[in-house]
Structures are given as C-alpha cells and as structure tokens.
Design a protein around this ligand. Structure first.
Ligand code: PAP
Length: 339
C-alpha cells in the first residue's frame, strides 16, 4: 500500500453548519445519562450510548461516508487495544515503504496514523485514500456503505474486566485534563462506574452488545471480518501478526519471516516501545475540542490488571453478566492473569 503522509483528512470541523445544526437538534431530543464525567452526558442512540460530541460525527458518517471495497476498517469498542491494532496494521501494511526508523509512528501519535471515522475524520473524503480507517461504532451503527461495499473489517475486543478498568482510568484522566478546577465528585468512583458499566451504560456500550454484533457478523462473513481478542494476541502475537498480514492482503514472505521482519514489527508495536515514543509520551491529542494527553492512551498494556482494582466478587459479577448476555454465541472470555 503506497501512502502519502500526513493524510488528507476531512475533519469533523468540515461538517457543514447546516448538517451540524440538524444533528445537534436531534441529539438535543435524546435522553441524557450523567455520571461518567461532567464533560458530557451519554445519550442513547440506535441501541448504544454515545457522547454527543462524537455522536455528531457518527451521524454525519452514517449519512455521508462512502466506503470503498478496498477499505479496511479497524473496529473496536473503546479501550480494547485499538492503538495496538492500529500500529500493527499500519506497520504491516506499509512495511515496504517505511522501515521502523522512518515510520510515521515514530513522530505521529499512534491514533492519528489511522483516523477515526466517527470523529468525522475522513467522513466525506472521496477518491483514492489510504485504505485503513478506524471506528468505535457498533456493527449495527456502521454506515450502510460499509456493509454494501463488502469492505473488510478487523475487530478487536478484550476481557470486559480489563476493559472496564482501562475505561475508568481513561475517563478520569480525560476529565482531569479538561476540567482545570476539579470539584469533589467530578471524578467518577470505581463503584459508580462499575454499576453503570454493568447496566450497559458506558461509551459505545453495552459492551457485550458491541462485541456480540461483530462476533455474529464475523460468523456470517468470516472472509470479510477478522475477529480478534487482545488476550489471544498477547499470548500468540506472532501467529496473529501473520494472520493480520494475510487478512490485510499483504502476507509476510518466507524471506521476511526468516529475516525476522515479523518480530521486528511486533517489537516496534509493543506497549513498551510505543509508550516510549516521544510524541506518545509528551504530546497532547485533541478530540472534538477536548484535549487529552497522549500518554493516557498508553497506561499499562497488561492482561489481568483488573485484579489490582476490582474485588473477586466484582470480577465474577461481570463475568456472569457477559456469560448471560453472550450465552449461545460460542464466545467466551477466560483470562488468566499475566505474570
Ligand atoms: P482507545 O479507546 O483510545 O482506542 P485502546 O487503544 O482501544 O483505546 O485501548 C487502550 C488500552 O490498550 C490501554 O490499556 P490499559 O489501560 O489496560 O493499559 C493501553 O495501555 C493499551 N495499549 C496501548 N498500546 C498498546 C500496545 N502497543 N500493546 C498493548 N496494549 C496497548
């Protein structure tokens, strides 16, 4: 895949004021659920929960995004390993163009290397473009053109307990980054957040519905949708990197395998390396007018970190909810903590 970098993107700011007004009017009619952060309430839309600031982009994308059959969408709920999947996919897809030392991932915030559709990025772009795009939008909320075009999708999900802990930390950090004079109660407690999450009230949640939607679709269209779990990828990174390369349409050659190319990319995309890239360590990222430190996107990158925050009972409770909600789907999350 040949790309020019940085990309030409059409940011959400390009949404015409007419469209913006239309979406804002619609969003204003939706119920609001406060609790996660004083920055924004969550709004229910098409069966899922969204921050209004992102919902505008979702609606705009649904109305305007023209998927191309050559696009590859990296899909995920929040805090499931999106940045890692982006880095791996980007490095694999562009390996003949950039070696690691000159990779845009060295100088550009990882998330910015593959733009998010739902933040309005790329929403209206036409013509040739870099085929990798990302979204946190649930399967049933994807723009119709994505399904009609038959473009490929890679989905990554994660054990809900680690997902919850990661989300809780992230929301608190983002709140801290944006509200300078924090009042008592501005930061959601673990218990409050857990209760909301277990009720399905979380960004792009219910989490189990998000996972189920893509899982089901991957069973129906296995050639079009690659379904990945963070924990499996952590355990067998090399075999998943190979699968990902094949799925992206750029399999590693025997020569590359023998020459250590796969390991080189895995190492480069590892948490240890990416979290130490200067721009990821010290930069600040802007999402729909909100500023977030890039380092908030690289917290620990561990499997089983939930044990440091949740009681065993909380863990069991969430496991039970997932089991019930995904019952009959054939999908399970059984995780042993990482040493
Ligand atoms: P997003 O919602 O901003 O897209 P996402 O990238 O999906 O977040 O997930 C963030 C999680 O992936 C964080 O997990 P933690 O809070 O449990 O630590 C983050 O640390 C982890 N992560 C980021 N980069 C990597 C990586 N290269 N390898 C493994 N995990 C990573």
């Amino acid at each position: 895949m040949e790309i020019s970098f940085p990309f030409q993107t059409n940011l959400a700011s390009d949404i015409s004021s007419e469209s913006r007004e239309k979406y804002q009017k619609l969003i204003a009619t939706l119920p609001k659920e406060n609790g996660w952060t004083p920055m924004q309430p969550l709004c229910p839309y098409q069966g899922f929960w969204f921050f209004p600031m992102f919902l505008e982009g979702v609606m705009y994308t649904q109305d305007h995004f023209q998927a191309q059959s050559t696009d590859i969408l990296l899909c995920s709920s929040m805090k499931t390993g999106t940045a890692w999947l982006k880095a791996l996919s980007f490095s694999i897809a562009t390996r003949t163009q950039f070696n690691n030392s000159i990779s845009p991932l060295q100088t550009t915030f990882t998330h910015e290397c593959i733009p998010f559709l739902d933040y309005g990025e790329y929403a209206a772009s036409q013509g040739p473009r870099f085929p990798l795009l990302a979204t946190h939008v649930p399967y049933t909320c994807l723009p119709k053109s994505v399904i009609d075009s038959g473009c490929k999708i890679v989905y990554i999900c994660r054990d809900p307990k680690d997902n919850f802990v990661s989300l809780w930390h992230f929301v608190r950090t983002a709140t801290r980054n944006n509200i300078k004079e924090l009042k008592e109660g501005d930061l959601i407690s673990m218990e409050e957040a857990f209760e909301l999450y277990c009720k399905g009230i979380s960004l792009y949640g219910p989490y189990w519905e998000h996972v189920w939607g893509y899982w089901n679709a991957s069973l129906e269209h296995p050639e079009k949708i690659l379904f990945l779990k963070y924990e499996d990828m952590m355990k067998e990174t090399e075999s998943y990197a190979k699968r990902l390369a094949e799925f992206l349409g750029c399999p590693f050659s025997l020569e590359e395998e023998r020459g250590g190319k796969i390991q080189e990319i895995i190492q480069f995309c590892s948490f240890e390396n990416l979290s130490n890239v200067e721009v990821n360590k010290t930069g600040i990222h802007q999402a729909q007018g909100r500023l977030v430190e890039n380092k908030a996107y690289f917290r620990k990158g561990k499997v089983g970190d939930w044990r440091n925050y949740l009681t065993a009972e909380m863990g069991e409770h969430l496991d039970k909810i997932m089991e019930q909600k995904l019952s009959g789907s054939g999908l399970t999350f059984s995780v042993s903590p990482q040493e």
